[in-house]
Design a binder for this molecule. Structure first.
Ligand code: NAP
Length: 246
């Protein structure tokens, strides 16, 4: 399936998984709306790469946990597109540390960026989707939201929230022909994991039956499938992409 004339919004698209997702949809002919909060140069480089593929691309630098920013981003989006056809809630941050040493500021920031951003973007994307009786939301989540991870309590709670959000919203929006799914990633080779020492990396790989990290392309391929008609009967699912890890 190609995505010609479809508008795809990817949050957190300046690098890593979000960048790969955005480029993959552009290669399938979609028009892109990309976002990140700080990396202006990187975001603009992704925009140029998308445009070089012959697609329209609009970039919005700002924090998706900020309701007002998201409101104004969508106001701008609707000047160019009737609706967002595919919303990929990908922006996220991690925090490693003991729960007892997690400050209230760190706790709130993780919940804000990983969970409240999903509310913000879905809230503004949905009215035209509901009106037009079509749309697709894909949330980039984590296996830790399914199982919980030691020293990642805030992160696990935020992604667990994303998983429940996905299941509940899918039930509410099924009658409106809007599908909502989440991809629960295992260990994907991006900047998010650069803090791992070679020893920690090798210990981690020992826990993965396929004995390697996933790639951003693996996540992007699944997004393309979930956004296409080939998966038209799939909604409300938390799909684990983890090399068999859990
Ligand atoms: P990454 O390489 O650190 O990229 C994160 C992206 O999100 C960047 O573009 C970043 O740009 C953007 N971002 C961060 N905070 C933002 C905010 N408040 N508003 C808008 N954009 C924001 O991370 P990644 O590995 O690609 O992760 C992408 C998603 O996959 C996250 O939701 C993460 O939790 C999930 N995930 C990743 C893994 C993994 O192993 N890598 C595993 C499970 C789940 P700026 O810095 O410019 O804001």
């Amino acid at each position: 399936m190609d995505f010609k004339n479809k508008a795809v919004l990817v949050t957190g698209a300046s690098r890593g998984i979000g960048k790969e997702i955005a480029l993959s949809f552009a290669k399938k002919g979609a028009n892109l709306i990309i976002n990140s909060s700080r990396s202006k140069e990187q975001l603009e480089a992704v925009k140029r790469e998308i445009e070089s593929l012959g697609c329209q691309c609009y970039s919005f630098l700002g924090d998706v946990s900020d309701y007002q920013f998201v409101a104004s981003m969508f106001e701008n989006i609707y000047k160019h597109f009737e609706q967002v056809d595919v919303l990929i809630n990908n922006a996220g941050i991690s925090h490693i540390g003991l729960f007892t040493e997690t400050t209230v500021t760190q706790w709130k920031r993780i919940i804000d960026v990983n969970l409240n951003s999903v509310y913000n973007c879905s809230y503004f994307a949905l009215p035209p989707m509901i009106k037009n009786h079509r749309g697709n939301i894909i949330n980039i989540s984590s296996i830790w939201g399914v199982t919980g991870a030691s020293c990642e309590v805030a992160y696990s709670a935020s992604k667990g929230g994303v998983n429940s959000f996905t299941k509940a919203l899918a039930k509410e929006l099924g009658p409106s022909n809007i599908r909502v799914n989440a991809i629960a990633c295992g260990v994907i080779d991006t900047d998010m994991n650069t803090w791992l020492s070679p020893e920690e990396k090798s210990e981690l790989l020992d826990q993965i039956p396929l004995m390697k990290m996933g790639s951003s392309q693996d996540v992007a391929n699944l997004c393309i499938y979930l956004a296409s008609d080939e998966s038209k009967y799939i909604t409300g699912q938390i799909i684990r992409l983890d090399g068999g890890m859990i």
